[in-house]
Design a protein around this ligand. Structure first.
Ligand SMILES: CC(C)(COP(=O)(O)OP(=O)(O)OC[C@H]1O[C@@H](n2cnc3c(N)ncnc32)[C@H](O)[C@@H]1OP(=O)(O)O)[C@@H](O)C(=O)NCCC(=O)NCCS
Length: 193
């Protein structure tokens, strides 16, 4: 019974090419690499270099201990018979009363950008939010210069809801943050087509 449930959950977290799996302690070095890569972090609300110890502590405290409000995944693809971790995604600030949350997606392996994995992982995560966690609304954001992210979010059904002017300072300039939202009923209408 439990195995059946786990198998069903894993099916829920699978796309055609990507699989979302829980974060393990042994993922620390991957996170260390991705979150110290300035080509990746230029798109994120991260600017300080992270030490190995900080990443390990973050995994321990944030990912393993706080299951109620945040759910973190590692995004994997198949490479021959093996699987390869290419990034991470998560559901954050889960609000059980109002049934909403925020999501984020990071493909940390730059070689894998632009191959459709980000869009696919976002689709899998959205399905999980609505079909398993029973959320009613999800939200996310992207800096105005993050064209790839904006296109990926629009293509899975997110709607632009607003713009936070000059909220972040990156590469010597202030940039806007675009806010996106998606309601379960809108997503159901799209997926029913
Ligand atoms: C943003 C991110 C998740 C997108 O995932 P990805 O696998 O690279 O992107 P995809 O291949 O799924 O493409 C998504 C869309 O961007 C478009 N795209 C791809 N490369 C692009 C580029 N260089 N410029 C503009 N658009 C681009 C694709 O055509 C697609 O749009 P479409 O659905 O309208 O055809 C990924 O690039 C990433 O993690 N980047 C670094 C961290 C980050 O920005 N995270 C998001 C923070 S908000």
């Amino acid at each position: 019974m439990i195995l059946k449930k786990i198998r069903r959950k894993r099916e829920m977290l699978k796309g055609k090419r990507v699989l979302l799996r829980p974060v393990k302690r042994s993922d620390a070095m991957l996170f260390f690499k991705w979150f110290n890569d300035t080509e990746v972090t230029k798109y994120l609300n991260l600017h300080l270099p992270l030490s190995e110890v900080e990443v390990e502590k973050w995994i321990e405290e944030t990912i393993i201990a706080r299951k109620q409000m945040d759910i973190f995944f590692v995004i994997e693809i198949s490479e021959g018979r093996k699987t390869k971790a290419i990034g991470t995604c998560g559901i954050h600030k889960i609000n059980a009363k109002d049934r909403n949350a925020e999501i984020d997606i990071i493909i940390g392996e730059k070689k894998q950008w632009g191959k459709g994995y980000g869009r696919e992982a976002t689709g899998v995560l959205i399905k999980y939010c609505f079909q398993e966690i029973n959320l009613r609304r999800i939200a996310t954001g992207a800096y105005s210069f993050n064209k790839r992210s904006i296109r990926a979010l629009l293509s899975v059904g997110f709607r632009k809801e607003g713009r936070q002017l000059q909220i972040v300072f990156k590469n010597g300039k202030y940039h806007d943050n675009i806010l996106f939202g998606l309601l379960k009923k809108e997503w159901e209408t799209r997926t029913a087509d």
